[in-house]
Design a protein around this ligand. Structure first.
Ligand SMILES: Nc1ncnc2c1ncn2[C@@H]1O[C@H](COP(=O)(O)OP(=O)(O)OP(=O)(O)O)[C@@H](O)[C@H]1O
Ligand SMILES: [Mg+2]
Length: 251
C-alpha cells in the first residue's frame, strides 16, 4: 500500500441547503419533489438520506450537487452559493469540489479501469497523481485490474471503480445515490467500508442515499425524507433502530 501522508491533503467542505423547493411538470399539474428543505452538514461528516420511493432523495442530491437547479432556495458549498455561478463556472466548480457516485456506475465501456477513473481529471485539465491513484485503487481492492475493461468486472468491482473516480480529484464533498443498490449485502458492506474509510482519510463530506439499513448505519447521522420534507433524523443509529424508523414512516 502506498504512503498517502502528504498526498491526501485535508478537504473540509461544509454544505448548506436553505429552504430549497423543486417541482417537476406532470401533465397539466406539477409534482412538488422538494418542499422547503433545509440542511447544514459539518465538514467531514457522513450523512445517509433515507425515505420511500418518490420521496425526493435523488432530487435533493441532484440539486445539492448542481446537476439540477431548484425552483427556489439556496445551496452553499464551501461558502459558494452555486446558484450565483455561470453555467461554465458551475461545471468547473463541480469538477473541482464535488464527486458523484451513481447507482448505475456510469463507466465508459471502451475505456479501461485506469482511463475511466482519470476521466474527471482529464475534463478538469489536471495532471494525475499516480501515488494517490494507486493508493485508492489498492484501498478498494482494484490493484492489478487497472487495464481491464468494465465488461470484465463484477458489479462490486465496477462500483469501486466509480468510487475511485469520484474520490480521485479529492473533491471536498461526495454524493452517492444508492451506490450499493445493485450489490449483494456482503459486497455492499465492503464497498461502503472502503468508501467511508477513504472519505474519512481525506476529510470529505459525504451524503449518501440508501434503502439499506446496514449501509445507512455506517453514517454518523441518518435523515429521513417523506413527500419532499424532512421526517426526522437519527444520530449514530444501529441498523435495527433505522429499520424500526423506516417501518414507522411507512404507517
Ligand atoms: N425528471 C422528472 N420529471 C418529472 N417528475 C420527476 C422527475 N424526477 C423526479 N420526479 C418526481 O419527483 C418525485 C421525487 O423523485 P425522486 O427521484 O427524487 O425520488 P427518490 O426518493 O429518489 O425515489 P427512489 O427511491 O425511487 O429513487 C417523484 O414523485 C418523481 O416521480
Ligand atoms: Mg432516487
Amino acid at each position: 500500500m502506498h504512503d498517502i501522508s502528504g498526498t491526501t491533503g485535508t478537504t473540509t467542505t461544509s454544505v448548506r441547503v436553505i429552504d430549497v423547493s423543486k417541482s417537476y411538470p406532470n401533465g397539466p399539474d406539477s409534482v412538488l419533489a422538494l418542499n422547503h428543505v433545509s440542511l447544514a452538514l459539518a465538514p467531514g461528516s457522513i450523512t445517509a438520506v433515507m425515505g420511500p420511493s418518490g420521496s425526493g432523495k435523488s432530487t435533493l442530491l441532484n440539486c445539492i450537487a448542481g446537476l439540477e437547479s431548484p425552483d427556489s432556495g439556496r445551496i452553499i458549498i464551501d461558502g459558494v452559493d452555486i446558484a450565483g455561478l455561470s453555467r461554465d463556472g458551475l461545471t468547473r466548480f463541480r469538477r473541482t469540489h464535488v464527486g458523484f457516485v451513481f447507482q448505475a456506475y456510469n463507466l465508459v465501456d471502451h475505456l479501461t479501469v485506469r482511463e475511466n477513473i482519470r476521466l474527471p481529471l482529464l475534463l478538469a485539465g489536471t495532471a494525475p497523481d499516480l501515488a494517490w491513484e494507486n493508493f485508492l485503487l489498492d484501498a478498494v481492492g482494484l490493484g492489478g485490474m487497472e487495464d481491464r475493461l468494465p465488461a470484465a468486472l463484477s458489479g462490486g468491482q465496477a462500483q469501486r471503480v466509480a468510487i475511485v473516480r469520484a474520490l480521485l480529484t479529492r473533491p471536498g464533498v461526495v454524493f452517492a445515490d444508492e451506490p450499493t443498490g445493485a450489490l449483494d449485502s456482503h459486497t455492499s458492506d465492503e464497498v461502503l467500508e472502503v468508501f467511508s474509510t477513504t472519505a474519512k482519510a481525506v476529510g470529505q463530506t459525504v451524503v449518501l442515499v440508501t434503502h439499506d439499513a446496514s449501509v445507512a448505519a455506517a453514517a454518523e447521522q441518518v435523515l429521513f425524507l417523506t413527500d419532499g420534507q424532512w421526517a426526522g433524523h437519527l444520530v449514530s443509529p444501529s441498523p435495527a433502530e433505522i429499520t424500526a424508523r423506516v417501518m414507522e414512516l411507512r404507517k
